[in-house]
Design a protein. Structure first.
Length: 245
């Protein structure tokens, strides 16, 4: 069965054995020196998906992961120059506490230090793993992005104490207002539309394909970083990636 034909797993099923990474991804992980993607995995894992390697036989796994950077100048869920020498891809969930910590404590510093001078581009991937509210928030963030308010929505949704209020319909509309989304009706239509669903599935399939199992997970020019690591860890990875260009 192709990855595009698989349905997302329900988070209401009983706890199962951890998701198994395929041999291809395991080899890629070893090659890259990656111990584990798992940093803040939920208690329940989906055994219905086995990660498929990002690399095909005969290719360099690191190069294949690096190639996941979309560098689309029209990407509403990205900041930084499309031709920046370093791209950080973030797989994240709005209900993830450690994702919020990264968004509040680390990401603003990376933007200030590296995005503004053209060194770094940050590309967001919606990777909801905590159920229906997570998916609803992901689609709402995408919808806010269609009105150029993704970053503002992102900041409001990850504000201290925000996730504890949940991500029901009324709460998402409130976050859109906080983000300054100019057309509330278009926001609701976009969040409920096929475009949001397709964008979400694209991000999810990409993450599952390379073995992402938890949030936050990152790629910096193809090098994986698991979890909300200290700022210094990201700075070192960015410096290394830039030097290797």
């Amino acid at each position: 069965m192709s990855s595009s034909s698989r349905k997302p797993a329900s988070r209401k099923t009983p706890a199962r054995k951890p998701l198994l990474i395929s041999a291809g991804v395991a080899v890629a992980a070893i090659t890259l020196g990656l111990v584990s993607w798992q940093a803040t995995a939920p208690a329940e894992k989906d055994s219905g998906r086995s990660g498929a390697s990002a690399a095909t036989p005969g290719t360099d796994p690191a190069a294949a992961l690096k190639a996941l950077a979309r560098r689309d100048s029209g990407d509403k869920l990205a900041v930084g120059r499309a031709d920046a020498p370093v791209v950080l891809i973030e797989y994240s969930d709005f209900k993830c506490g450690y994702c919020g910590k990264f968004a509040r404590d680390t990401e603003p510093e990376l933007v200030k230090k590296y995005v503004q001078d053209g060194t770094l581009r940050i590309e967001w991937r919606n990777f909801p793993i905590f159920g229906a509210d997570s998916e609803a928030a992901a689609k709402a963030a995408w919808a806010a992005g269609q009105q150029d308010r993704f970053q503002q929505f992102h900041a409001a949704a990850y504000a201290e104490g925000s996730k504890e209020k949940g991500f029901g319909a009324a709460r998402l509309e409130e976050l859109a207002r906080q983000a300054g989304v100019p057309d509330p009706e278009k926001f609701k239509q976009d969040a409920a539309g096929e475009g949001a669903t397709a964008a979400l599935r694209k991000d999810q399939e990409e993450g599952y394909r390379i073995g992402v199992q938890s949030t936050p997970s990152f790629l910096i020019n193809g090098t994986p970083i698991a979890g909300a690591q200290p700022l210094d860890a990201f700075m070192a990875a960015i410096a290394k990636a830039k030097a290797a260009k």
